[in-house]
Design a protein around this ligand. Structure first.
Ligand code: KDG
Ligand code: MG
Length: 404
């Protein structure tokens, strides 16, 4: 029996911070896991190196499920983003090891491919409609068949997903404190239907469009938004209200048939259970790492499948290519995939994380390298030390803190 011999937690910052787990086994295999939690990287790193790694030394890396149960159930204090990102990161590294130990890509260990390729959507941002149309054309030329659309709002200086003058959305800014953004839901609600209408007219009916409201609306505002966007045939409308009040989605359902996606801030099957069995959502949106890794997210997706609900894993640039690869292995092998988010990474990230996954004509594939198919180049990573960075936060015009 092989044993877990050494666990290192490595933090690097090729443009943004990533927490990478390196597990070495007694038979010489290295497994890579990602445990990045945007803006709280050091907490997850400490959770793993101080409290998890010492418990795992000497255990059998093949017993992925048993280790998962041990990390989840043997701790009295369960759930939460830090704990679950830590468990998720370890789970990813163990699946990587298992794949490498039998020389197979992880999707083969999950039952094999149920599709040839994975439909991806990417982010399309423009401060105004003219800029947005330009950005849509660029992403269509790259081959994407599905595009998330975010725009500026007149009267606001910055809006989730897009900043004036900046081409790319990368919200966490380096520095010791979070940047303030001023928000007004009324202005947003009156403007966004015009943008989505403009985007639909521009791309025609063959392209899927998505939009993320990023948890900012009250239930009735969210219902209004769903109703007003219905004519434009969105693939989904994401995170219309803050995740805590699950009842809100019932009210939205009473007024709109727009497909709802929710869950990037959820991290266990328990967070999704009522939403799924009450059919209050259409797409489960958790990250394959933040929700406890491959072992746990597969359970969530299977529960969703019982109710005809699909999944669309979270895939922003603030989870590393290791999580992206893990998502793709799950996507390829799980029947009820809806779509995969693929924000993409700046070039420098690919110098640190070399990967077997590929993107072609708007579709992704995890590749056939053994394990997850991502390697972490420690030498290159060492050139990019951790730098504190935080997501912005929001206040309304009267100075009240509101949801970002
Ligand atoms: O760290 C926060 C991001 O992961 C989040 O803002 C991205 O909402 C997001 C999305 O849909 O990708
Ligand atoms: Mg989102």
């Amino acid at each position: 029996m092989a044993k877990i011999e050494k666990i290192d937690v490595l933090i690097s910052s090729p443009g943004r911070n990533y927490v990478t787990i390196k597990i070495q086994t007694s038979d010489g295999i290295i497994g890579w896991g990602d445990a990045t939690l945007n803006g709280r990287e050091l907490s997850v790193a400490s959770y793993i190196s101080d409290h998890v790694a010492p418990l795992l030394i000497g255990l059998d890396p093949d017993r992925i499920e048993d280790i998962w149960q041990f990390l989840y159930r043997s701790v009295y204090w369960r759930r939460g983003p830090i704990t679950m990102a830590a468990i998720g990161g370890i789970d990813l590294a163990l699946w990587d090891i298992k794949g490498k130990s039998v020389n197979r890509p992880v999707y083969q260990l999950l039952g094999g491919a149920v599709r040839e390729k994975i439909l991806a959507y990417t982010h399309t941002v423009g401060w105004d409609l003219a800029e947005l149309k330009d950005a849509l054309d660029k992403n269509l030329a790259r081959g994407f068949k599905a595009l998330r659309v975010q725009s500026g709002v007149p009267g606001l200086d910055s809006v989730y997903g897009v900043s004036q003058g900046k081409k790319n959305y990368e919200p966490a800014s380096r520095g010791a404190s979070a940047q303030l953004e001023v928000w007004d839901s009324g202005k947003y609600l009156r403007h966004v239907p015009k943008i989505i209408e403009g985007a639909r007219n521009h791309v025609g009916d063959d392209i899927e469009l998505l939009h993320d409201a990023h948890h900012r609306l009250t239930p009735i505002q969210a219902a209004q938004l769903g109703k007003s966007l219905e004519p434009y045939g969105l693939f989904w409308l994401e995170d219309v209200t803050p995740g805590e009040n699950q009842e809100a989605l019932k009210l939205i359902r009473q007024h709109s048939t727009i497909p709802l996606a929710i869950g990037e801030v959820f991290n266990t099957i328990w967070d999704f259970k009522d939403l799924i069995i009450n059919q209050q959502l259409d797409y489960v949106r958790c990250s394959v790492m933040h929700a406890g890794g491959i072992s746990h997210t597969r359970r969530i997706f299977d529960l969703a499948a019982l109710y005809g609900i699909k999944f669309g894993p979270h895939g922003p640039s603030d989870v590393s290519p290791i999580t992206m690869a893990a998502s793709l292995h799950v996507d390829l092998a799980t029947p009820n995939l809806g779509i995969q988010e693929f924000m993409g990474y700046p070039e420098v990230v690919s110098e640190v994380f070399t990967h077997a996954y590929s993107l072609k004509d708007g579709y992704l594939h995890p590749g056939d390298a053994s394990g997850l198919g991502v390697d972490y180049n420690e030498k290159v990573a060492a050139k990019f030390p951790y730098a504190p960075a935080y997501l912005p936060y929001a206040r309304t015009f009267d100075g009240t803190v509101t949801d970002w």
